[in-house]
Design a protein around this ligand. Sequence first.
Ligand code: PMT
Length: 408
Amino acid sequence: MQPHYGFAGFMGKRVHLGVTGSIAAFKVIDLVRALQRADCMVSATLTEAARQFVTPLSFQALGASPVYTDMFAENPDADTAFGHLEPGQAADVMVIAPASANIIAKLAMGLADDMLSCQALAFPGPKIVAPAMNPRMWAAPATRRNWDTLEALGYVRVDPECGSVACGDTGAGRLAPVDDIFLACLKALAPQDLAGKKVLVTLGPTREPWDAVRFWSNPSSGTMGACVAMAAYLRGADVTVVAGSTGLSFPCDMAVVSVTTARQMYAACTDLWPNMDMGCLTAAVADYRPVPFGETKFKKGTSAGAGITVEFETNPDILKTLGETKRDGQKLIGFAAETGNPREEAARKLANKHLDLIAANDIAKTGSGFGVTTNEMFVLDAKGRREQWPQLPKTEVAWRLWDHLLLD
Ligand code: PMT
């Protein structure tokens, strides 16, 4: 799992997992693990067909509890005679993955003829469905109709992906990546306190070319910004990421604008900013770019003498420009990467760039700054509130930043 998907802290939340008959059933073992790493409790129901592919013991061994099977089976795991109602009373989210054509039809019709369909019918909270089936079954008009009905009934639908399936056919029908199903669960569990907000996040390094093959850059991995973007996404925001060169990927319903240079990032951000409610600029933007040598590759010996001199020009300051053009109600968070005195620099940048909040990290400290999955921040806001946070996972830093911005 990519580090910016690894959110935790969902203590006390329970996800009830329904597993139906599919060769993809073994994949949801990873979903159980991911949910547990996020501090969720997991319970499960395996239909009769699911148990042809995976066993209740696999889920019990991982700590899922209770694990339900038949409606009338003895269930020493559950201390209730009303197993068909229990998840609806105790779990926060229900996810059915993989969901067969059969269970989708039953959910659409409201049928309740086994443990899982009864539990789904009686479940009042958010329900997520992730199908897996043969592409012809997925494309069948009846399945299409049932799938549309689930949307109308308020189910969160995680579409299957295209590819080859177990029987050798190719097309849409493969279970969505476990990461996507996991994110749908977290989104259903997270407070939707950024719902309706348009959020701009910059991340990663810029690259400033000098010749055809060389560029000036820095070691930003983009992880910090990706965590900020994902935290806002999970809390319901409509997020647009402007990303320098990183290998990171994002959910397909998040807008991503890829750029290379500071000037491209500046153009993208100034274009987007008027329509945004909030911005958080975490990118490590090169303050200077080399004056280009030319379109071709510089060759050794081309210049006179042993060394060469590279000249630099100033890049535009994106954060400052957005701060200066901020309209009423827009909120802007800046970052500061410092090696000297983060607190002093943070205060200077907060005022100078018209920010609502600034998060400063000492990039010289181990476990803080570039290329690691943790960060240690000093946070200062325009109301004078200041906090020193301990070293935390970047996911947690991101979550806290949005909490802080939402304070009155
Ligand atoms: O990507 P990671 O590997 O996870 O590393 C995270 C990080 C170290 C990159 C991140 O935590 C961080 O500190 N980001 C800010 C990096 C930076 O450029 O800091 P700065 O102090 O030089 O810039 C201050 C602020 O102005 C930043 O919000 C920056 O995005 C912005 N800026 C800077 C220069 C410029 N020309 N335009 C800008 O918008």
